[in-house]
Structures are given as C-alpha cells and as structure tokens.
Design a protein. Structure first.
Length: 169
C-alpha cells in the first residue's frame, strides 16, 4: 500500500525514475506477500533472514549509503527514509575523527562529521548522542586531540594502505 502511494506521489511530482527500495529483515514470506499485493517496489534489500539461518544468527552490522560521487567528482547526498527514526540516514559525505584525552592518551569518542567540517582542539567541544540528545559531555579546549581515522584502503582497485605494525596499533 505505502509503496503504491509513494510511487503515485513521486510520479506526480515528476520523479518517474525514482527507485523505491524495500528492506528490513525481509524473508521469503514477506517477499511473496508484497509480490502478490503488486507492491510498487523497484529494488529489494534482501534481509538477514534470507542470508543466515535463525539457528546461526549474523552480526547486525549494516552499510548505510550517505552520498554518491557523480561524474564530475561532486558528492550528492542520499537519504534513506524509514518509519523507524533510528534507521533514517544522515545524508552527506562524511569522515570520522577519533578523539583522545591529551593527558592519558585514552580514546574519549569517535566523531562522525562532514568531510569539510574543521575543528579547533583549543576550543571546547560538545559531544552528544544523536538519538538521546540529553546524553552529552563537554571537552574543554586544550584537553583533547583528534585524528582522522577514515582513510582510503583501495583506489581504482589498487591497495594504497600500509597496514600498521602490532606496536603501532
């Protein structure tokens, strides 16, 4: 029902080539039901239940597309819409910084941000949980360091990453 409504709205708005994807623990029974209902679904994100057995569960890691690079090299933000707000993606080209306590060297947090965002470690930094926003901590300027940890491993099919030694890790 919802996919048919979405298809009609997209078509009416001129987005006739927009893709409607279905995902979230799809199994053969749900796929069958959606097909019988003639759901207006263009692509299927095959669910965990079809990849693994119930007796041998999988790790719940999920890849979330946030942007794609177009022919000109520009990143185009992409968003996944879901009725479950925790599953809605945050669009845009991102990177990750690991934040360390300057005195102890211990990891304080990982910060996901846009690639063009910059931070001054001499300034206070407010960290908060994106879902439970009342959970927050302030790192006083000068008490922390940051290191970008998202680095290229492959470029154009060639390995460009030098693995660190055990001692470096």
């Amino acid at each position: 029902y919802l996919s048919k409504q979405a298809r009609a709205m997209l078509d009416e708005a001129g987005f006739t080539d927009a893709v409607i994807s279905a995902s979230n623990d799809l199994d053969e029974y749900l796929l069958h039901d959606l097909k019988i209902q003639q759901a207006a679904i263009t692509s299927w994100g095959v669910g965990t239940n079809l990849i693994t057995s119930k007796d041998c569960p999988s790790f719940g890691g999920v890849y979330k597309l946030a942007a794609i690079q177009d022919e000109s090299g520009q990143f185009v933000p992409k968003i996944k819409i879901s009725e479950n707000t925790e599953k809605i993606t945050n669009p845009g080209n991102k990177t990750i910084y690991r934040i360390y306590d300057k005195t102890t060297g211990k990891v304080r947090a990982d910060l996901i941000c846009f690639v063009d965002e910059t931070y001054d470690t001499d300034q206070d930094l407010l960290l908060f949980d994106p879902i439970e926003t009342w959970k927050k901590t302030r790192l006083p300027g000068g008490t922390y360091t940051m290191r970008e940890i998202l680095v290229p491993v492959f470029r154009n099919g060639e390995c460009v990453y030098q693995s660190p030694s055990v001692m470096e890790i």
